[in-house]
Design a protein around this ligand. Structure first.
Ligand code: MV4
Length: 500
């Protein structure tokens, strides 16, 4: 094992990696910008290196400076976390060329999965199902119309260089295709400097289901089942769970084998994720591979009993995976809610300020992966995700009840957060039945955000929720704090699950 690792990240994921290192007896080097001089990840690491001013382009994204810091402090490896430099093929290569170990996949695997169309072609060669469609750029509207006719409407025009839904257009009839092609090309050119657009059959109302894979340097490639990530807004996931209500053991085995085949074809090592769309008939289609540890990895850790970040470090150090695929089966149910500094009742507007008070949920089956503490300044330089609240229980129904209870225990004062939004989702009948798709959140925004409620309704809701929260918590009255949080209106209506 390494004796010292540099963590090229901040916030909750930096702390997550530090914890894994500590359990492995590995010393840690944190890096920090001026904005993070007093951040928890800096204090918890054995050493810390200042890398620049707050903007990430002048700090956390300066690969050469991070590699220099690793060499100077005697770190043998760099863990990139997620975001920042985690999926930059040049950084993985530069780390290797500096004689250090990149805790992640080989640069070549990042590159192979980096372009959407290249990943799609790689999946096709591996026998992994992809959405029916083409990969070659469309020449003109006539060609687009001919191909669309072949697959049948609706079709989806997609930018080859795409990401985050940019350069995507749904086309429902032949008459719309010329205009849609033109606007998709224009958007792709502006966003990516590349106007190549291709056609796929449009999948209506699918779920977003992704498969976790883990590979070592000895030819072992395993999957660790699925995560369901359908509760998302504008390509930002809000809630994830494992397993998925839509996945049977038989489907899990088929999706897992398809993900492993795609990962093998890319020469993959370490932890990675294959994203799929799962349609209402149980057909699944590979979309892309994320070549990093993901935000939502804890739900997999809890149901599979595997510490993914520890294994990232172990396989990067050359250890072989000791698991057999047959013994990797999900146990119970895990749910994660992303606690962000956004105001759901105000269009998810980012909220800034100083965390003046923080009360964290605890108790059976509750995990808090956070990057903040009382006194933390929340600014606009970095991602608004403050922490993840994760629960594990025997059944999905019990996990929902546990998440609801844990959210009621949580108090964050000083910034607006997504807490009350999550309470409303946990109380929603569709969510409780598992009747969700990638469109669900955006179709139910008014009832989930309280945005449509009058000030009077909001006040009544806040008082009711504060009373319930105090009864649950058993602490002194905190009605003012609850009202300031604009707490959930449905807290009292949470149905009790069957005993377990
Ligand atoms: C699709 C699709 C439906 N049909 N492709 C969105 C971003 C990109 N990664 C792929 N995306 C989609 N591709 C076909 N043929 C619907 C989406 C999509 C989506 C996918 C995953 C998670 C959230 C999503 C939200 C909107 C659309």
């Amino acid at each position: 094992m390494f004796s010292k690792v540099l963590i090229a990240n901040r916030g909750e994921i930096a702390l997550r990696v530090i914890r894994a290192c500590q359990e492995l007896g590995v010393r840690t080097v944190a890096v920090y910008s001026d904005a993070d001089a007093r951040a928890p990840h800096v204090r918890e690491a054995d050493e810390a290196v200042h890398v620049g001013p707050p903007p990430s382009a002048q700090s956390y994204l300066l690969g050469d400076r991070l590699i220099e810091a690793a060499k100077r402090t005697g770190a043998e490896a760099i863990h990139p976390g997620y975001g920042f430099l985690s999926e930059r093929e040049w950084f993985a290569r530069a780390v290797r060329e500096a004689g250090l170990t990149f805790v992640g996949p080989p640069a070549e695997a990042i590159e192979a999965m980096g372009s959407k169309t290249a990943a799609r072609q790689l999946a096709i060669r591996a026998g992994t199902p992809v959405v029916p469609g083409t990969t070659e750029p469309l020449r003109d509207a006539a060609e687009a119309a001919a191909i669309a006719e072949q697959y049948g409407y609706p079709v989806l025009l997609k930018a080859a260089a795409g990401g985050g839904g940019k350069g995507m257009r749904v086309v429902r009839a032949a008459g719309e295709i010329a205009g849609a092609l033109e606007s998709a090309q224009r958007e792709a050119r502006n966003a990516f400097g590349d106007d190549a657009v291709y056609v796929e059959k449009y999948i209506e109302g699918p779920r977003h289901v992704e498969i976790q894979v883990l590979g070592d340097r000895h030819g072992n490639m395993l999957h660790l089942g699925e995560r369901e990530c359908s509760v998302q807004r504008r390509h930002q996931k809000m809630i994830e769970e494992a397993p998925s209500v839509a996945v049977t053991p038989e489907l899990r085995a088929r999706m897992g084998a398809a993900a492993v085949a795609a990962a093998r074809a890319a020469g993959y090592e370490n932890a990675g994720t294959c994203e799929f769309l799962l349609d209402r008939d149980g057909n699944f289609y590979f979309l892309e591979m994320n070549t990093r540890i993901q935000v939502e990895h804890p739900v997999t850790e809890l149901v599979m009993g595997v510490d993914l970040v520890q294994w990232q470090l172990r396989v990067a150090a050359g250890e072989a995976l000791p698991f057999r695929q047959e013994e990797l089966e999900p146990r119970g149910w895990a749910i994660e809610c992303r606690i962000t500094s956004e105001d759901p009742s105000n269009g998810f507007l980012p909220s800034t300020g100083r965390i003046s008070y923080l009360h964290l949920p605890t108790g059976p089956g509750v995990r808090w992966d956070g990057g903040i503490e009382a006194g933390s300044e929340v600014g606009l330089y970095y991602d608004p995700m403050l922490a993840k609240l994760i629960v594990h229980a025997r059944t999905r129904e019990l996990a929902i009840a546990r998440m609801h209870r844990a959210l009621l225990e949580l108090t964050v004062e000083g910034v607006e957060t997504s807490r009350d939004f999550h309470l409303r989702v946990m109380e929603h009948d569709d969510f409780r039945r598992g009747d969700i798709s990638i469109q669900w959140l955006e179709q139910h925004l008014p009832e989930l955000t309280g945005a449509g409620a009058s000030d009077e309704e909001k006040l009544v809701a806040a008082i009711a929720a504060a009373l319930v929260a105090d009864r649950v918590r058993g602490g002194p009255p905190r009605a003012a704090a609850g009202a300031a949080n604009g707490a959930s209106n449905g807290a009292a209506a949470m149905p009790a699950p069957a005993a377990g």
